[in-house]
Design a protein around this ligand. Structure first.
Ligand code: HEM
Length: 285
């Protein structure tokens, strides 16, 4: 077959090769297309149920839910859910872009300067707590949390001593404290040396390796509790617990900032609040 004849064939379906479609060809293809569009319409309307009907039903359910929510909560048509984009201050903060401040700059947002917002730092994030000026502003019961990142104090409760974001070693407050008379006594953080482990192990026949594993497990669990505590406060400051606070940005710190700080002891209040192993074992038994 020559090139020109095969080209003609590709145009086929339009009557005899190379000629325009005849009247009968047109009629039969129109009938076909009418036929196929009817069957497509039938498919999207199976059982007399179209897309519009689905939209109507969903809309009706939404209206019903809103009415029920308002009836139950007496104030909200979304069952109390308030997305951030429904709060003007959040939207403004979002439009302004993130606030980036150093720890030093953050000090200027503790409520002492008229007209400035009040910020609380927590684990590197900055939150606007201006709505809580009574608590965080000058003279407020928690003013010491304003204009700084005192993440450590949020966990230990040592408001005066722990005004620092350095969380190293805080997990110790969740590790059970051992009574010396306890035959299975494990070394506390202060006596973490191999000798102490050996002494505790040797005294009771409990293997040094077992004590070490237990301690590592307890420290791991302690770290999880520290993170959960911080996250609990972060939720409050993000406005997820009903308070009109919101996140505005991040604290800018140089790489390795924490390594430059001396390691801290667990403050007295946190040390005293540590669980006693003997009480825990009694509870478990
Ligand atoms: C780890 C220990 C604690 C931390 C980190 C802490 C922190 C806070 C913070 C940040 C607020 C303000 C919450 C907000 O913005 O609405 C607050 C409120 C409050 N806290 Fe504490 N707190 C601790 C322990 C305590 C204890 C032991 C008491 C009671 C003796 C207490 C009593 C109060 C009261 C009464 C308020 C409400 C203040 C107000 O709205 O005027 N807190 N706490």
């Amino acid at each position: 077959m020559s090139e020109s004849s095969s080209a003609r064939q590709r145009k086929g379906g339009q009557g005899v090769q190379g000629t325009p479609p005849s009247e009968s060809d047109r009629t039969s293809s129109e009938t076909e297309s009418k036929h196929s569009s009817t069957s497509a319409g039938e498919k999207s309307n199976v059982g007399g149920f179209g897309v519009l009907d689905v939209i109507r039903i969903l809309g009706g359910l939404l209206l019903l839910s809103s009415a029920l929510s308002y009836f139950v909560t007496q104030e909200s048509i979304t069952w109390g859910w308030r997305p951030w984009f429904s709060k003007p201050q959040h939207v403004m903060a979002w439009l302004r872009g993130p606030v980036l401040l150093t720890d030093e700059e953050l000090k200027g947002y503790d409520g002492s300067i008229e007209g400035r917002p009040i910020y609380v730092g927590l684990n590197g994030s900055i939150y606007d707590v201006t709505a809580g000026a009574r608590v965080y502003g000058p003279g407020g019961g928690y003013h010491f949390f304003a204009g700084r990142d005192a993440a450590r104090a949020f966990v230990t409760g040592c408001f005066a001593e722990d005004q620092t974001p350095d969380l190293r070693g805080v997990e110790e407050m969740f590790v059970p404290i051992d009574d010396d008379s306890d035959p299975t006594a494990a070394p506390s953080a202060e006596v973490e040396t191999g000798d102490e482990l050996k002494r505790a192990g040797g005294r009771t026949g409990v293997k040094k390796s077992e004590l070490k594993i237990r301690r590592e497990k307890e420290l791991r669990e302690g770290r999880k509790k520290v993170q959960a505590t911080i996250e609990g406060w972060a939720m409050l400051f993000r406005g997820e617990k009903g308070k009109p606070y919101f996140k505005v940005g991040e604290i800018v710190r140089e790489e390795g900032w924490m390594d430059k700080l001396p390691r801290r002891e667990l403050c007295e209040h946190a040390q005293k609040s540590r669980p006693q192993r003997k009480d825990m074992e009694k509870g478990a038994g």
